[in-house]
Design a protein around this ligand. Structure first.
Ligand SMILES: Nc1nc2c(ncn2[C@@H]2O[C@H](COP(=O)(O)OP(=O)(O)OP(=O)(O)O)[C@@H](O)[C@H]2O)c(=O)[nH]1
Ligand SMILES: [Mg+2]
Length: 377
């Protein structure tokens, strides 16, 4: 709109009888859509549990066309191997930069001692990168590569969590939102799934593992959302099935797994929780996962980092996760608070120094103009 048309808009009979700030959400929406979204998921779990297949099924992109299955010899030596792949997906004009971090081979090597090290290191590196980008000059255009969610695959054959799962999850839970899933749930009966879910939840509670907690819904939230939120909450750990094969069922192409007695449909809610997991990740809770990552987990990393001074001797302190970053700040020990206060004082000093400089420049200019005008007179 040109200045002329704007003027005529406000002078003519088109003057709106409202101020217009009700349009703010649209502005925010437009800006966010323009910028696009970034979301990173890491899949963790024993080898062969169907991680790569599930990722294919979830995001409908064949990220793993060039899959390379290690032979027995390679497995003995292999520790953890991190593979990150990024795809740009667009749906109805909204761009999503999705990154999937795969950890093939975990639990696959003969010696699984400290097999979490590389994954933990990878997650920390993303925080470290974000931290240094934040203190750089181009803060406004930071690409967020932090890991927002970890799909933790639990074996359907176990009796709850294995000791390795517990160790692994405990190391991850202060760093990333863990969403536990029961892999290959088509190998279990409905009753077995129910029992395994209960056992896993018991283990999570007994070992104080902080998995992702769904946000409480506000009382003014619409009923449909409340119902969906509760339904998703009660499905954790999600019992999933993955497949990259399609079958014709009732005239539709359907993702599924064919058995002699019939086809397990991946997206059928009566067959497994796949559709619920996808809903939660993409449609209903992606933003919350990102917020918890930024406001709770990253804040915690940052505080620990300030306390330790440098990333190499980071002493990671477990503390109960809270959604509000201010609560975390209240919980920080005195030393961290002192450090943060010192930093804030420094910033204040910097600002007042800048203001003083600015004042003196203005005064100097006033003097200069005054001087010149008096000279001219
Ligand atoms: N029964 C069943 N089999 C599955 C399922 N998902 C994948 N598989 C099969 O399990 C095997 C391993 O699947 P992958 O997706 O490669 O497993 P992964 O966890 O990525 O394995 P690594 O990359 O070695 O860690 C393949 O033969 C899949 O077809 C499932 O939901 N149910
Ligand atoms: Mg894989």
């Amino acid at each position: 709109m040109t200045i002329r048309s704007l003027t005529s808009f406000f002078q003519g009979k088109n003057v709106p009888d409202y101020i217009g700030f009700a349009n703010l959400p649209n502005q925010v929406h437009r800006k966010a859509v323009k910028k696009g979204f970034e979301f990173t998921v890491v899949v963790v779990g024993e080898s062969g549990l169907g991680k790569s297949t599930l990722i294919d099924s979830l995001f409908q992109t064949n990220l793993y066309a060039d899959r390379n299955i290690p032979n027995a010899k390679a497995r003995i030596k292999k520790t953890v191997e991190i593979r990150k792949q990024t795809v740009d997906i667009e749906e109805k004009g909204v761009r999503l930069r999705l990154s999937v971090v795969d950890t093939p081979g975990f639990g696959d090597a003969l010696n699984n001692d400290k097999c979490w090290d590389n994954i933990v290191k990878f997650i920390d590196e993303q925080y470290e990168k974000y931290l240094s980008d934040e203190s750089g000059l181009n803060r406004r255009n930071i690409t967020d590569q932090r890991v927002h969610c970890c799909l933790y695959f639990i074996s359907p054959t176990g009796n709850g969590l294995k000791p390795l799962d517990i160790e692994f999850m405990k190391r991850l839970d202060t760093r990333v939102n863990i969403v536990p899933v029961i892999a290959k749930s088509d190998t279990l009966t409905a009753h077995e799934i129910k029992t395994l879910k209960r056992k896993i939840l018991d283990d999570i509670r007994t070992h104080s593992i902080d998995v992702y907690t769904f946000p409480e819904t506000d009382s003014d939230e619409d009923e449909e959302f409340k119902r969906e939120n509760n339904q998703l909450k009660s499905s954790v750990p999600f019992a999933v099935v993955g497949s990259n094969k399609f079958y014709d069922i009732r005239g539709k192409k359907v993702r599924g797994r064919q058995y002699p007695w019939g086809i397990v449909e991946v997206e059928n809610l009566e067959h497994c929780d796949f559709a619920k997991l996808r809903s939660m990740l993409i449609r209903t809770h992606m933003q919350d996962l990102k917020e918890v990552t930024h406001e709770v987990l990253y804040e915690q990393y940052r505080a620990n980092r300030l306390r330790s001074g440098d990333s190499s001797n980071l002493s990671y302190q477990r503390s109960k996760l809270k959604r509000e970053s201010m609560l975390i700040r209240d919980n920080m020990d005195e030393k961290t608070n002192e450090l943060l206060k010192a930093k804030e004082d420094e910033v204040c000093r910097h600002h007042s120094c800048k203001a003083a400089c600015f004042d003196s420049i203005l005064n100097g200019m006033a003097y200069y103009f005054f001087d010149h005008s008096s000279y001219n007179v």
